[in-house]
Design a protein around this ligand. Sequence first.
Ligand code: 13P
Length: 253
Amino acid sequence: MRKQIAAANWKMNNTLDEGTKLLNEIVSSDMQVNDNQSVIFAVPFPFLINANQQVSNKSNMFVAAQNCHNKTSGAFTGEVSVDMLASINIHYCVVGHSERREYFSESNQTLAEKVDRCLSKSITPIFCCGEPLAIREDDIQNDYVALQLKESLFHLDGEAIQKVVIAYEPIWAIGTGKTATAAQAQEMHAHIRTVLANQFGDAVAANISILYGGSVKGANANEIFSQPDVDGGLVGGASLIANEFIQIIKALK
Ligand code: 13P
């Protein structure tokens, strides 16, 4: 089902004490998270079990891993499998964040495998796509993002793709304070939905949540989330400040 989603991506930030305090401030605030909405916290691996306990009696709040391995198990020192995530009741996982693509050389093909691993364990992949600045400057971002979707998601059937959340994160807007305008976000989100509709049909595409990521803050969330094809955000820096993230949650449709 297409939900409005505020997803926090803590990246490699916070100690256990800091993260516990931050999460507590957010979950104990007075906001209402409706049934058409979800709030997701993608926290570092060592905090997953604790964070899951902190949201356990909160409706429509969930915890996500930030990554998983593309193989089921084996000699991959330092890696984490979807079986491990499922065994601690984690139901979401960020897949293919641009930082993973860039610093850990994750390819569209590897990400297709990660998506499969997640779905095999009923873990919803939050699949990230988005173009670097040079591609935007050449005005070929639509083709670039379409290829990311095609190579990582088009092997799925119409039922499986509806279990994927897509996050469009233009790399030039991540951590730079430079947000895409609401119009730029809407234009790309509409394009992504059209690409999905051409492959899976209109009804399926209309049912998929597409989040925007890149310098989302309390001050700009309302305008960005109000766009018809923007179903919320994947938030880095501003998700580390309780009041900012609460404001972002309140901006969900
Ligand atoms: P910022 O919100 O810090 O720009 O990060 C976005 C992001 O990468 C979320 O995954």
